[in-house]
Design a protein around this ligand. Structure first.
Ligand SMILES: [Zn+2]
Length: 231
């Protein structure tokens, strides 16, 4: 292969590294997840049906917001919700989608994650919503996802998986891990009984505290508390 000049080589490598890390962290199954990052011309997205550990920078697909794509590979079948989220949310640069075990288990029950734990606020509100079901890859699924993400940085997708967004791939990945941890805790709590749900006033206090911490520890981005936030 000749080596045409690739756009955004460092970002392509970071997308691949993040995709591999997603599987290493156990928050994705096989090649089912996908991720994207905004660029000035549109966005870059992982290709459809390829194992992450075989990906080369040239396999990452450049796309325009009109749905056009370049490069040698076809984009992820879920490119529509990546595009629509990036279009609807100018503060967001990175979108991560996985079929993480516990988040997907709750999503298959059509359950959102309520404020059973104060850390639910890392996703931006007093719940992590579950978007209604629609066939994968469709505009309908994309519309449901954008709506479930209103005022939030993560959501579940009914009978499907989850989405986490952020200003960087790093912050989106950290949030995806947090959502999966919360889903696992909530699932476990449900096995024993009915978890106590924190009231909206308390969650509003937590959300406000997280906002302040996010500014002091800027690395996590988007007002999201950093790793050291846990008491
Ligand atoms: Zn999926």
């Amino acid at each position: 292969m000749s080596a045409p000049r690739l756009t955004h080589p460092a970002l392509r490598k970071e997308i691949i590294a993040t995709a591999c890390r997603m599987n290493g962290l156990g928050i994705n199954q096989g090649k089912s997840g996908n991720l994207s990052h905004r660029v000035p011309e549109g966005f870059l997205v992982t290709p459809t049906g390829m194992d992450y550990d075989t990906l080369k920078p040239s396999d990452i697909v450049p796309m325009g917001f009109d749905g056009s794509h370049g490069g040698a590979r076809l984009p992820s079948s879920e490119w529509r919700f990546h595009r629509d989220i990036l279009q609807a949310r100018p503060e967001v640069n990175a979108v991560i989608h996985t079929h993480a075990m516990f988040a997907t288990t709750l999503a298959c029950l059509g359950r959102e994650i309520p404020a059973f734990h104060y850390m639910v606020a890392v996703a931006g509100g007093d719940s992590i919503r579950c978007a209604s079901y629609a066939t994968f890859g469709t505009e309908q699924l994309s519309r449901h996802a954008v709506r479930a993400l209103e005022g939030r940085k993560a959501c579940l997708l009914a009978n499907h998986g989850m989405i986490a967004i952020g200003d960087t791939l790093k912050s989106a990945l950290a949030l995806a891990v947090e959502v999966e941890t919360l889903a696992a805790m909530y699932w476990r709590a449900l096995q024993v009984g009915a978890p106590t749900i924190l009231d909206p006033a308390e969650m509003a206090r937590v959300i406000e505290k997280f906002r302040t911490y996010g500014q002091q520890r800027s690395s996590a981005g988007m007002g999201q508390p950093s790793k050291s936030r846990r008491s």
